[in-house]
Design a protein around this ligand. Structure first.
Ligand code: ATP
Ligand code: MG
Length: 414
């Protein structure tokens, strides 16, 4: 096939016959985020490359291997956003959003771009729904984020998932942990993969994220970060767990979750389907805003991969909002009748009734076949006779019942 008619590898066309699935997730996510007091933010699809290097982290797979980076015509290095938090954080700093009422609660829908090996559930362009809270540093904030997620999953019919949580502590206690981890992995230095050699030097926690089967075996006996949490961090995590129980949100503690991004502190979590698909994750990132040059400002949030959420819904046979089908098809026979049909369809559409009519000049029989194909709920045929009498038969396309209506005073109230 020619390149012109083939989408780039790892991208996904979201076709009209499945778009209602995306709309179902988007509508519910937007509604629940608004109920929880979040406001939408839309930031550019590309940012200065430096932003992601700084916020996502120089040593992450995302920055090292997965970014779509290019120079623009003036030689500026730009990158298509691989995730949503960095752009939201950058925009909040630049636009002084932290000067307004705090906590600042933001949500976003965005496409993300990562140069990864495409496979089921892993694309080079995918979409995320995310929420961020800035300026709230209590466990109640982390728990409210998880409550929002839990409400959303319930609304979407996702019930068989696991929320896994962990605490990766603060920069101080993490330092002790990283030393312990480094010591542990150094024993296996000879057999670690090339990437892990670098991780050992530059960012030992990333060792736990290695997907190489040999390296990931060492994870089993690796020291656990929870055991290195200082007293303040341990108290914080205990509160998170207590509040989750109080809100009847089930969770399990997985001391091995470290998350792929550099900016996390304290709470980290992931949502995992029964088949092991991680369809969302997040946590607290108190250091991010300062790292980007803003005044110190705490933050927490999560992002869901919308394509993965849909596949989890499909796995549970969850209901999607019905795709839209036309309310009525108005067929016309003859020029005068066709014009009348066009006028009537216009009048109905103005009132929010989806009324379709012929745009091709085909026969009434062909028009009715089309009405059937597009799933019109009702139909009527207007010809000379109907124009003269002002009456037509309104046919229910499912039951095939018909009733006579007045075509000059027809307002489709069913
Ligand atoms: P993974 O371990 O699967 O690579 P990740 O840790 O890189 O995931 P995050 O950066 O936390 O993922 O992104 C949040 C969510 O975005 C993920 O839970 C997932 O649902 C989705 N996601 C991430 N990468 C992709 C991708 N390449 N294709 C589709 N969805 C993705
Ligand atoms: Mg990844």
């Amino acid at each position: 096939m020619s390149l012109i008619t083939k989408a780039p590898r790892g991208t996904l066309d979201k076709l009209p016959n499945e778009i209602h699935k995306y709309q179902t997730v988007e509508t519910s996510a937007r509604q629940i985020a608004e109920v929880y007091g979040f406001k939408e933010i839309r930031t550019p699809v590309f940012e200065h490359t430096e932003l992601f290097k700084r916020s996502v982290g120089d040593t992450t797979d995302i920055v090292q291997k997965e970014m779509y980076t290019f120079d623009d015509k003036k030689g500026r290095s730009l990158t298509l956003k691989p995730e949503g938090t960095a752009g939201a954080a950058r925009s909040a700093i630049e636009n002084g959003l932290f000067n307004d009422a705090l906590p600042l609660k933001l949500y976003y829908f965005t496409n993300c771009y990562r140069y990864e090996a495409p496979q089921s559930g892993r694309y080079r362009e995918f979409s995320q729904f995310g929420v961020e809270v800035f300026g709230a540093d209590k466990p109640a904030c982390d728990v409210q984020l998880l409550a929002l997620a839990s409400d959303l999953f319930k609304k979407l019919g996702i019930s068989k998932y696991t929320l896994e949580i962990n605490s990766i502590g603060c920069p101080e206690c993490r330092k002790t942990y990283q030393d312990a981890l480094k010591k542990y992995y150094s024993q296996f230095k000879q057999t670690l993969c090339g990437d892990c050699h670098e991780r050992l030097e530059r960012n030992p926690m990333r060792l736990l994220d290695c997907k190489n089967p040999n390296c990931s075996e060492y994870k089993t006996a690796a020291p656990l970060i929870l055991e290195y949490n200082c007293e303040t961090c341990a108290d914080y995590f205990n509160n998170v767990k207590q509040y989750l129980t109080a809100l009847e949100i089930s969770y399990i503690v997985n001391p091995k979750i470290v998350r792929g991004l550099d900016y996390y502190t304290n709470t980290v979590f992931e949502f995992i389907s029964p088949t092991g698909l991680v369809f969302g994750g997040g946590g607290r990132y108190n250091g991010l805003i300062e790292e980007l040059g803003g005044n110190p400002m705490t933050g927490a949030g999560f992002a869901l991969g919308i394509e993965r959420v849909i596949s989890v819904m499909e796995g549970e046979n969850a209901q999607f909002n019905e795709p839209n089908t036309p309310d009525i098809y108005i067929a016309g026979l003859g020029e005068e009748a066709m014009l009348f049909a066009l006028q009537l369809s216009h009048k109905l559409c103005k009132n929010g009734v989806s009324a379709q009519t012929d745009l091709t000049g085909r026969s009434v029989k062909a028009q009715m076949r089309y009405a059937d194909k597009i799933g019109a709920k009702f139909s009527m045929v207007i010809g000379d006779n109907e124009l003269q009498t002002g009456k037509a038969m309104l046919k229910n396309m499912i039951t095939k019942e018909a009733e006579e209506i007045d075509i000059n005073n027809f307002d489709y109230k069913r």
